[in-house]
Design a protein around this ligand. Structure first.
Ligand code: PXL
Length: 283
């Protein structure tokens, strides 16, 4: 089988598994060559830790893309996540322009908020900037909070929305990007949670659910989006890739919950990788 190549553009948070420390192992173990542009190096992610270091790498981003261009590297995919500033978001629009070829699939996870709230490090204007970047997405993977910020609507608390509300939201999100949308954190009944997918061409919405595990675990959005990406590049339909990602993320959370791990430390996805490879039919 052809070896697919993805450029993953995220920060490198040294501790508290998220962004590159999640994307790289998941994509590589799924048989995808993964090149990285680290946008910043932090001692930990910013969710719940204090005193973390933050080395901004904005200056290096375009230089890396320019060097890659001289090597005429062809990317099957570009996958972006956490970006730390307005400037970086703008820069990544240009990096995508530079690295994208006709067949390159651009996956954008507009990391900026969760649980109804914008992450503390971002200003209120940040979602507007992120919305611009989303225009480049062939596949957009927001959570419900990010989705509401992108379409400028109030956050919908669990229990207050129905399938038709989600479908309307998905249609609005699809107008912001080039292609399909996977919306995470969707729940219509107690104890069940998952993702909704919207196919722009057929205008059809489908769902992938699993059993809900209580507790807010950091980095799960990155585990999920990396796994959807791994599924797509292994030739699965968006619905199947989403169901695989829902199941894998839930299994990783369940392991961490059972172990009583600090929710800031990230989830135990590593020991679920064998089951992921089975689901992806790689073993
Ligand atoms: O998981 C998203 C994420 C990625 N990178 C950094 C973060 C966060 C969420 O808080 O702080 C640095």
């Amino acid at each position: 089988m052809e070896l697919k190549r993805i450029a993953a553009i995220h920060d490198l948070s040294g501790f508290g598994k998220c962004s590159l420390t999640v994307a790289l192992p998941i994509l590589s173990s799924a048989g995808i060559e993964t090149s990285v542009i680290p946008t910043a190096v932090l001692s930990t992610h910013t969710g719940g830790f204090t005193g973390f270091t933050y080395k901004d790498l904005t200056e290096d981003i375009m230089a890396i893309a320019d060097h890659w261009n001289t090597l005429e590297i062809v990317f099957d995919g570009i996958y972006t996540g956490f970006l730390g500033s307005f400037e970086q978001v703008h820069l990544i629009e240009n990096v995508i322009e530079k690295l994208k070829m006709n067949k390159t699939l651009v996956v954008i996870d507009p990391v900026m908020a969760d649980n109804g709230e914008l992450y503390a490090i971002f200003s209120k204007e940040f979602p507007k900037e992120m919305k611009r970047l989303c225009q480049k997405a062939d596949l957009l993977i927001p959570n419900l909070t990010e989705a509401s910020l992108l379409v400028d609507e109030p956050f919908m608390q669990e229990g207050t929305y129905k399938p038709e509300d989600i479908e309307r939201l998905l249609q609005r999100l699809a107008t912001l990007c080039q292609g399909n949308v996977v919306l995470t954190g969707v729940s219509f009944e107690t104890g069940r949670i998952g993702a909704a997918i919207y196919d722009k061409r057929s205008a059809e919405t489908q769902y992938a659910f699993t059993q809900k595990i209580d507790g807010y675990y950091h980095g799960t959005g990155d585990v999920f989006a990396s796994t959807v990406t791994a599924g797509i590049f292994n030739g699965f339909t968006l619905l199947r890739a989403t169901q695989i990602a829902v199941d894998f993320t839930a299994a990783a959370i369940a392991r961490s919950k059972t172990a009583g791990t600090d929710v800031r430390f990230g989830v135990n996805f590593e020991q679920e990788i064998p089951s992921l490879l089975k689901a992806l039919k790689l073993v």
